[in-house]
Design a protein around this ligand. Structure first.
Ligand code: HEC
Length: 188
């Protein structure tokens, strides 16, 4: 390769890097803000139980989630698993737009953290905690292709430690209460 075409290549590459850097700074409102507040019996009745666990404990877990890890998950996970009002500009550019929209739909269906803990899903909330623990432990989330686009989006070691500690403590506490509860059939 002669030196001229080599420097053209280097310039082209620099321009590309600069463009991506600029695009990352520009954010636009996301198209759909999903994440209606889900109703569970604890919202109306503190004395009720939710999936076999007394509501007082469910609400305590919900508060500790808000206090200790919600902010981290909001920053690192809610783009796909919760309510976001802003998405990076390139998320609007086809074909990225299509890919992101599809991922977000799938992510929300699988695991929706929009309304905090308990998460919205089809599953038992102890199973949700177990899954959270699993993906954080294995470093599976955010998905690799997403980390490549937002290179600061991965969880730091201390964030992972906090999430894992919260998930373990909460799941142990709630499990013990469910086992102790007279109606431990998992009824709502
Ligand atoms: C770019 C979008 C995106 C981001 C950001 C993201 N996820 Fe996901 N997540 C997905 C998709 C898509 C799925 C569902 C399909 C799959 O298994 O790949 C998923 C699935 C999950 C599941 C369910 C796993 C299972 O086995 O069913 C959990 C738990 C989860 N994500 C947690 C997280 C956490 C915690 C974060 C933040 C640290 C996060 N995700 C960030 C897209 C995302």
């Amino acid at each position: 390769m002669n030196p001229r075409s080599k420097s053209a290549l280097v310039n082209g590459f620099c321009i590309l890097v600069a463009l991506v850097a600029v695009l990352r700074l520009v954010t636009v409102p996301a198209e759909s803000v999903e994440g209606a507040v889900r109703e569970h019996p604890c919202v109306q009745n503190l004395k009720a139980s939710f999936q076999g666990v007394p509501c007082s404990a469910v609400l305590a877990a919900s508060e500790s989630y808000d206090r200790s890890i919600r902010r981290t998950l909001q920053a690192k996970c809610y783009d796909c698993h919760g309510v976001v009002s802003r998405m990076p500009l390139y998320a609007k550019v086809p074909p990225v737009k299509g890919l992101v929209a599809k991922d977000v739909r799938r992510a929300k269906k699988e695991f929706n953290m929009s309304a905090g803990f308990p998460f919205m899903g089809k599953k038992d909330f102890l199973e949700d905690l177990h899954e959270l623990e699993e993906v954080v432990e294995e470093g599976e989330m955010p998905p690799i292709e997403y980390k490549l686009m937002h290179w600061q989006s991965g969880l730091t070691a201390s964030e992972r430690g906090k999430i894992l500690a919260w998930a373990k403590n909460t799941s142990n506490a709630l499990k013990a209460l469910r086992q102790a509860s007279p109606s431990s059939s998992g009824a709502q």
